[in-house]
Design a protein around this ligand. Sequence first.
Ligand code: S3P
Length: 182
Amino acid sequence: MAERMELTRPVFFVGFMGAGKTSVARRLARTCGVASVDMDTYIERREGKKVKEIFAEGGEEGFRAIETDVLRELGAKPDPLLISCGGGVVVTPANHDVFREAGFVVYLEVTADEAASRISDTSTRPLFQNLEAARARCEERLPLYEAVANVRVSTAGKSVPAIAREVQRILEKEGILCPQQR
Ligand code: S3P
């Protein structure tokens, strides 16, 4: 039975594709009895289309506009959530304001090469089509992830449960994850 805890602020998981944002947020949600939401899944339900189709129809620009809208919406929920963001959430400057104003940002560090070994199906990720381009994109985004991060967690050689435990300890120490009051 999960220990029931609650969040005092929304927690955003950021990092490159394949960092494990969705799996870690889900695992933490399950062990702590709090809710998690994956932004890409939420976007797909809201739009009634796959991310790949949104990119094909409206380009990256169209996708980023929807992403910002959803980030604001999820960050403002009265009951704070664990939110796994898409890897490119940091490229939109307005999203940095949402992070700063509303939440706590956990940056899961991964290299493009490690990410490639974890992603079995790149067909669902329009911006991870070849390793060379992914390496360049990852490099380009590093300073952005670092700029928004409240905390950085290395994922190299660690299992999802181990990373989730590490994040849990950090959130408890920061007073963001607490025993449920109600
Ligand atoms: C993207 C990452 C994807 C998804 C979209 C764009 C990116 O999410 O939002 O394909 O620009 O890095 P994941 O990081 O969950 O794969």
